[in-house]
Write a protein of this length. Structure first.
Ligand code: ZN
Length: 441
């Protein structure tokens, strides 16, 4: 029996039966013996009908509605709603008609797109921008990577907006380090989400997307340094040489971090181990530098000289998740133990994203707590944050990072322009391709 036939038969059978399910709403304004409102009895309330009664018209799976009549007057109400919101009601049907991009096994895509332990769920390596966006709504091995950073972007934006209501970011210079930090913790997950979305447009675009991802992470480390240098620094370090040069050194760290991490991509195919070590090192160096004041405060606390214990507990949770993030990034667990089992959900990069975001949440709580509780002491004993030392440094570092990304991207953009150009159309992206065709690209 065909699918349509079976649906029709089931619909007819259901129409003959009386259902005893649960009380239902009979509709508003009905009169004439039958009370409006909730049904007294529990029967004859659920009836499935074909779209065109009497004509025996088939009921295709998605193209026509199957009426679910809940009670007397219910169908009329439903038709009225459909009339009013015809466009909105039909939207899901239109979406279902869209053809979702095909997925590939790891041996079908070029080596540059393959990930350790991920065997399937790869998107076409020459996807169009439209297919890349569509793919984020269908399951593939990047879907969770995209959403695990896209949704947290909105969480951090919401926190930023809430803080904007309670703080005066425009004229209160003490809040500017927090302003820079909040902007950057919104930017880095969003950039990562975009990088994962559009990384399969071409091998060149993959590299450039991740250059931006690394640049945003590098800037985030600068945001940490600016906020730590102003709010988290131990009391005994205020006005010392390190305190006064903390932010300028952090700017040097971002240049180092972005340059080294971008460079590591060029080694990925030939020397994967060296590439991994360089990239991990590129992010560990600024992390350790930024966290030195925090480590010192925790040591002081362990020694009995504890201040702002509430903030320190948040900072400790952040450190815990930071170590977990680093471990997940380098270990490639669990997919290394069971290749192919975690292609779509649960592979290390998704866990790495989640861990990074949870860590950032605790870090944000710690920074805000320190900022609130130490305001009076810090403003009395140290200099107030300057516009140039906070927002100015952010703008300068942003421009420098863009320049570095431009330098690393130029050869990639130059190469396809002067070698044999390929059409990046939706047709080529969605057309079925054999393994050999894809390998040759
Ligand atoms: Zn990522």
């Amino acid at each position: 029996m065909s699918m349509q036939g079976s649906v029709l038969t089931v619909g007819k059978c259901l129409a003959c039966l009386e259902f005893i399910l649960f009380p239902v709403w009979r509709g508003i304004g009905l009169s004439g013996g039958v009370a409006a409102g909730w049904s007294q009895s529990w029967g004859r309330c659920l009836r499935l009908e074909p779209n065109s009664p009497g004509q025996g018209a088939p009921i295709p799976a998605y193209d026509y509605p199957v009426w679910l009549v809940l009670c007397r007057g219910g169908r009329a109400r439903l038709e009225e709603v459909c009339q009013r919101g015809r466009g909105a009601i039909r939207l899901p049907t239109e979406l279902l008609r869209l053809k979702l991009p095909q997925l590939y096994e790891n041996y079908q895509v070029p080596k540059v797109f393959r990930e350790d332990g991920i065997m399937s769920g790869y998107r076409h390596p020459r996807s169009s921008a439209r297919d890349c966006v569509l793919s984020s709504f269908s399951m593939n091995n990047e879907t969770m990577n995209i959403w695990t950073h896209f949704l947290p972007t909105w969480y951090f934006l919401w926190r930023f907006c809430a803080l904007s209501w309670s703080m005066n970011f425009l004229t209160d210079s003490y809040t500017w380090p927090l302003l820079v930090y909040m902007v950057l913790i919104c930017i880095y997950p969003f950039t990562s989400s975009c990088a994962h979305t559009f990384s399969t447009m071409s091998p060149e675009s993959r590299h450039i997307c991740y250059f931006f991802d690394y640049g945003a992470l590098s800037l985030y480390s600068l945001g940490c340094a600016i906020s730590y240098g102003h709010y988290v620094i131990p009391d005994c370090w205020v006005n010392t040489f390190l305190h006064q040069h903390f932010v300028p050194i952090a700017v040097g760290n971002t240049i180092f971090c972005t340059s080294l991490s971008c460079y590591s991509r060029f080694l990925e195919l030939q020397f994967p181990q060296r590439s991994k070590v360089l990239r991990t090192g590129a992010f560990i160096v600024p992390f350790i530098f930024d966290t030195v004041p925090l480590f010192y405060r925790i040591l002081l606390c362990v020694g009995g000289n504890c201040s702002s214990s509430g903030a320190l507990s948040s900072h400790c949770y952040h450190l815990l998740f930071a170590f977990l993030t680093c471990f997940l990034f380098t270990a490639h667990l669990p997919e290394r133990l069971a290749p192919g089992r975690f292609d779509y959900i649960g592979h290390s990069h998704q866990l790495f994203h989640v861990s990074a975001v949870v860590g950032t949440h605790f870090q944000m709580e710690g920074v805000i707590a320190d900022m609130m509780t130490r305001r009076k002491w810090l403003l009395t004993h140290g200099a107030a944050p300057s516009f140039l030392g906070t927002v100015g440094v952010l703008v300068l570092s942003f421009v420098l990072n863009l320049g570095i990304i431009g330098v690393f991207s130029a050869p990639l953009l130059w190469k396809p322009w002067h070698s044999a150009p390929q059409q990046h159309t939706a047709a080529t992206a969605t057309a079925p391709a054999t393994a050999r065709e894809l390998k040759e690209q």
